[in-house]
Design a binder for this molecule. Sequence first.
Ligand code: SAM
Length: 206
Amino acid sequence: MNSQKRYSLFAKFYDVIILRLFGYEIAANYFVEQLPFNTNDKIDVLDAGAGTGLYSFAILKRFPNAKIEAFDLNEELLAKFRIKVRQKELSNSINIFIGDILSPFSQNKQFDLIITGGVLEHVDINKAIKNLSQYIKTGGYFLNAGVKNNLIGKTVGGIWHIHTFSKEKVISAFLSYNLSAVKYLLLPGKYFFIGLVKEAYIFKKL
Ligand SMILES: C[S@@+](CC[C@H](N)C(=O)[O-])C[C@H]1O[C@@H](n2cnc3c(N)ncnc32)[C@H](O)[C@@H]1O
């Protein structure tokens, strides 16, 4: 079974099991809090591989004036995301569309921030960064929240058939497209369990 079929199968339970129970929501809120913007900034954000919108909602919690474009390959996850956007009355702040992280999309726009949460692990990382880097403003930021390349991360990766990458590999892949690492983020000790698996980087477009 490929990963898209797995996500479709899990779409119903994704929010409860992955985001709540496993602590991904806590991790997302923490990583977003580390971004170098002011609370009231009107930032344009691209949530690439948005799933059910975990990072889009974390962004609006921290930066309520943000405008978000969010896309994913998986229609089932996006359907759940759309329902939540309507329920939370956030249609003016979030626009959702189907898209592939590896292919240019029609939006002829540049963003202050691009986010990939657990997405680069599914694809050719160089191709994805090459494609996405054209959509960041000079001086803009890229938050990549990924799976750690340790024993636990590799085990999770094995179960989900995804890659994990060393720190060196991630940093050099981003640097190839003029994105320089400004922060490496680990979760504080109080988030021990999710901290075993998740890490994040903030890059800045030179
Ligand atoms: C682990 S989930 C993360 C979803 C969301 N970012 C989050 O943190 O909850 C990985 C997501 O990447 C999406 N994905 C995988 N390959 C993709 C591609 N080539 N283009 C766009 N999205 C993709 C999947 O459909 C899935 O929604």
